[in-house]
Design a protein around this ligand. Structure first.
Ligand SMILES: NC(=O)c1ccc[n+]([C@@H]2O[C@H](COP(=O)([O-])OP(=O)(O)OC[C@H]3O[C@@H](n4cnc5c(N)ncnc54)[C@H](OP(=O)(O)O)[C@@H]3O)[C@@H](O)[C@H]2O)c1
Length: 322
């Protein structure tokens, strides 16, 4: 257990630091005076993420290019793996994302085994295993399994929709509810979900790094409110002081149709929207709260999370990326 404990001399690698969660995580780790190394495909995009004066090195790297990983992992104690390759404009191009993410995780873990990484912390998705699980959620679980198969001790956090400015699922919710007073939605609108505030996710990620007892464990993380997707839209409108939304569920609407619709109404590309909408058929609720024994945080209610996200969104340019 002793070698899993991070000391002030140890450096932590962040993969996905230019992303929605990674950016905020880097800022929180900087507050904690944790030494960092940021791996980025395009280093210029990472240069302003860590506050000035932070001990944060930036290295060029790509998880699909194994040769870049060993160097990035040299001398690293622990790593955050916050990478996925879902995205793009076309649905066709994205049929490959699961395979790509699997290969990337294998590249990472084989390099980490060589350099002696002690811990890896990964954030994946909630959802029960089985045939009914969407391709996106299956892929997230598969990446978690691969990361757990190496010599480094893996901590897997599983979350549903994260409420924060710039998150793909949150932005889909925001644009739809802000723009449409009346909506027709697929039947999965009745599925239950346990959203979580971005701030809480970041605190759990940092808390796990600081507590070596979380190594080798999988935790479900969620906010204090459980709701259906339909109720999430209604509660979003209420938190924002918008007029009551009318939401009609139509069983014949397919995920592809919904994704193209989201593409029309929101800036979220169908390549991201499609796998996320397909995942709406799966209930995403925490099955246990064991994380509370290890990381103590005050959970943010959904209403406050929406208000904080909206405030951040409107506080300056370039926050969301959408
Ligand atoms: N957002 C949510 O609501 C949510 C909910 C539950 C779980 N999660 C999980 O949280 C994790 C992070 O998600 P996110 O929302 O922060 O994603 P995101 O904003 O899309 O960021 C993805 C990150 O991955 C990097 N990346 C992609 N391909 C890469 C490659 N080949 N090599 C190196 N880096 C690469 C991107 O870098 P570039 O800047 O180079 O593109 C970016 O920094 C994922 O595992 C996701 O499943 C997210």
């Amino acid at each position: 257990m002793d070698d899993l404990k991070l000391t002030s001399e140890d450096r932590v690698l962040i993969l996905g630091a230019t992303g929605f969660i990674g950016k905020r995580l880097v800022r929180e780790l900087a507050e904690e005076n944790i030494k960092m190394r940021i791996l980025a495909r395009t280093p210029s995009r990472a240069k302003d993420i860590a506050p000035k004066g932070t001990d944060a090195e930036i290295v060029q790297g790509d998880v699909t290019k194994k040769e870049t990983l060993e160097k990035a992992l040299e001398g690293i104690h622990s790593a955050y793996y916050l990478v996925h390759s879902m995205g793009g404009k076309s649905l066709l191009k994205n049929t490959e994302f699961a395979e790509k993410d699997k290969k990337a995780a294998k590249n990472f873990i084989s390099s980490a085994d060589k350099t002696g990484l002690k811990r890896v912390i990964y954030l994946g998705g909630l959802g029960e295993k089985g045939e009914g699980l969407s391709e996106h959620l299956q892929s997230r679980a598969e990446v978690g399994n691969i990361l757990s198969s190496g010599k480094a001790s893996a901590t897997i956090l599983r979350a549903a929709v994260i409420i924060g400015a710039g998150g793909a699922s949150y932005e889909m919710l925001r644009y739809l509810v802000e723009r449409l007073p009346v909506m027709t939605c697929p039947k999965w609108i009745r599925t239950r979900i346990q959203p979580i505030a971005l701030r809480d996710v970041v605190l759990y990620l940092v808390g796990c790094l600081k507590n070596p007892e979380t190594a080798g464990q999988t935790f479900d993380i969620g906010g204090p409110d459980i709701m259906t997707y339909k109720s999430m839209m209604v509660q979003y409108a209420d938190a924002r002081g918008l007029a009551k939304r009318i939401i009609i569920d139509l069983p014949f609407i397919t995920p592809s149709l919904s994704a193209y619709w989201v593409d029309l109404v929101t800036p979220i590309p169908s390549g991201i929207a499609h796998p996320l909408i397909e995942g709406m058929k799966n209930e995403v609720i925490c099955k246990d709260n064991r994380i509370d024994e290890f990381v103590h945080i005050q959970k943010t209610p959904f209403r406050e999370a929406v208000q904080a996200a909206f405030a951040e969104e409107t506080s300056g340019p370039g926050v969301t990326g959408f």
